[in-house]
Write a protein that binds this ligand. Structure first.
Ligand SMILES: Cc1ncc(COP(=O)(O)OP(=O)(O)O)c(N)n1
Ligand SMILES: Cc1ncsc1CCOP(=O)(O)O
Ligand SMILES: [Mg+2]
Length: 230
């Protein structure tokens, strides 16, 4: 906490209380969909869930509108409910509300977390992309986010990224704040250890699971063994 200014500390009135508590559950898997899917995707998702524990699933579809996403979402959302996996919608507060999703993930250009809270109510999980910025993360916490996401930690072909985060930001965050943090970007079972050791509460992964040569069940199982052994 040496590089934390008084001004930054003032952003969080519960700092001392949070710092005192210190307890965090073990790191969990947060699965993100491929950027494009068809109606058969739900079978792939079921296989992924068979591979091991998944805490949350984010429906992140790019290049199609909310109506088209809503048309695909039904069986996916039902499967998430059946497997007790939180169903998170990416980008759209309106779609999260329409589908009664468990959560919404907002990038810096996707809407205001305060507005999301107003629209979605107290129970819906709101996540916010914070890139590699401590300032954005504290702002998101102040705005009522339920988690902050840092990344990209490693090169990825799933999304064009302009920010690169270091594991130390996870250590900094978890030392100071109770609010969960998510690590994202190019994460594989082979490179996950420093993120888990630094304190990531969730690993958000897409390509490594969906492109696994033995299928998504093996992709999730590979993460499960890293997370269980951590
Ligand atoms: C868990 C999680 N973290 C970060 C992102 C990225 O969100 P954003 O910056 O809005 O980029 P897109 O995903 O919308 O391309 C995410 N989706 N999920
Ligand atoms: C959505 C997103 N935001 C930052 S990196 C990224 C892509 C995550 O996918 P992958 O696990 O395939 O790198
Ligand atoms: Mg977004």
């Amino acid at each position: 906490m040496t590089d934390f200014t008084d001004e930054e500390l003032a952003l969080d009135p519960h700092f001392a209380e949070q710092f005192e508590k210190g307890f965090r559950p073990a790191c969990q898997l947060y699965l993100i969909s491929p950027p494009a899917i068809d109606e058969t995707f739900v079978d792939q998702l079921a296989q992924a869930f068979d591979g091991g524990k998944v805490a949350a699933f984010q429906l992140r579809l790019k290049g199609i509108d909310d109506h088209a996403i809503a048309a695909l979402a039904g069986p996916i959302q039902a499967l998430c409910a059946e497997r007790e996996v939180a169903f998170i919608i990416n980008d759209s507060i309106g779609l999260a509300k329409r589908l009664n999703a468990d959560g919404v993930h907002l990038g810096q250009e996707d809407g205001d977390p305060r507005e999301a809270r107003k629209q979605l109510g107290p129970k819906v999980q709101i996540g916010v992309t914070c890139h590699d910025s401590r300032h954005l993360a504290m702002e998101a916490g102040e705005a009522g986010a339920d988690y902050v996401a840092f990344g990209a930690f490693y090169p990825t072909t799933t999304k064009e990224t302009t920010h690169r985060a270091e594991p130390s930001i996870l250590g900094w965050w978890t030392t100071l704040f109770e609010l969960p943090c998510v690590a994202i970007g190019g994460i594989t079972p082979d490179n996950a250890a420093p993120l888990i050791a630094a304190g990531a509460d969730f690993l958000a992964v897409s390509g490594t699971v969906w492109n696994h040569p033995e299928g998504p069940k093996a992709g999730v199982a590979a993460f499960a063994s890293v997370l269980d052994g951590a």
